[in-house]
Design a protein around this ligand. Structure first.
Ligand code: HEC
Ligand code: HEC
Length: 199
């Protein structure tokens, strides 16, 4: 926790430095300087190279904003994200959401076990009704895109749903939580492998 806070302070002074010294360039986009602090974990432009930290490049603004609000209020528990979510709210969530939405999204570079992904594909029949055949979700129904996302992150989120630790009381996730309770942990890992392998 202490490390995280020091990191925020460090990034903030870095940003001030940039703002003061910058002339014309990509950092002139209002969200770009505000997003500098995020790259330490989420990678350049939000293209996370990690298995457990989500790719936020190309994230739909409606979903980005919900996530920031949920981390800031503690509805989504994350000691890493809570201070940054609070910072984003203060800095202007619309600018930061617009910046990441405009970044081109590449599928994760983290390789998954092909046999696990094949088992996950079979198990994913119960997810298609909401996330679609392509795994890309449906913004009109507030259902996020899972395709090509970091596998460790997807797995962690499903386990949080199963244990009712992500967004308790949120009606939007009532059904997905009920479903996760019936899915064995091994199958959850297979589903994560499958969705992260989708291109
Ligand atoms: C210290 C590392 C760290 C930093 C810095 C960080 N994040 Fe995160 N972020 C994470 C982790 C870890 C998660 C996954 C947390 C979880 O388990 O829900 C996450 C999740 C997210 C999500 C949720 C994505 C989704 O698909 O639901 C968003 C949005 C996000 N971060 C935005 C940001 C922004 C914007 C910044 C910069 C202001 C930032 N993060 C800085 C570690 C970090
Ligand atoms: C009834 C519709 C529904 C079904 C069925 C469903 N989901 Fe979801 N899922 C959602 C919604 C809605 C969210 C967004 C939660 C939020 O807004 O916080 C979500 C979020 C997720 C997330 C988190 C994504 C992120 O970026 O943080 C994962 C992972 C996920 N679902 C996997 C699955 C899998 C795997 C299945 C099948 C076993 C499944 N879901 C079935 C509606 C559904």
């Amino acid at each position: 926790m202490r490390t995280t806070i020091r990191l925020v302070a460090g990034s903030l002074s870095l940003m001030t430095g940039f703002a003061a010294g910058a002339s014309a360039g990509p950092l002139d986009v209002p969200g770009a300087t505000k997003a500098l602090a995020c790259s330490a974990c989420h990678g350049p432009g939000g293209q996370s190279p990690s298995s457990t930290i989500p790719i936020i490049a190309g994230l739909a603004p409606w979903y980005f904003k919900k996530a920031v609000e949920d981390y800031a209020t503690g509805r989504r528990p994350s000691p890493e994200m809570e201070p940054y979510a609070k910072y984003v709210r203060e800095a202007g969530v619309d600018d930061v959401a617009a910046y990441f939405a405009a970044q081109s999204r590449q599928p994760t570079a983290v390789a998954v076990d092909a046999a696990a992904a094949a088992r996950g594909r079979v198990a994913s029949q119960q997810c298609v009704v909401c996330h679609g055949e392509s795994g890309r979700g449906d913004p009109a129904r507030s259902i996020p895109d899972l395709s090509g996302q970091a596998p460790g992150y997807l797995r962690n989120q499903m386990l949080l749903f199963k244990a009712d630790r992500r967004s308790p009381g949120d009606q939007a996730v009532k059904t997905v939580k009920e479903l996760m309770k019936s899915v064995p942990d091994d199958t959850i890992a297979d589903l994560a492998a499958y969705y992260s392998s989708l291109r």
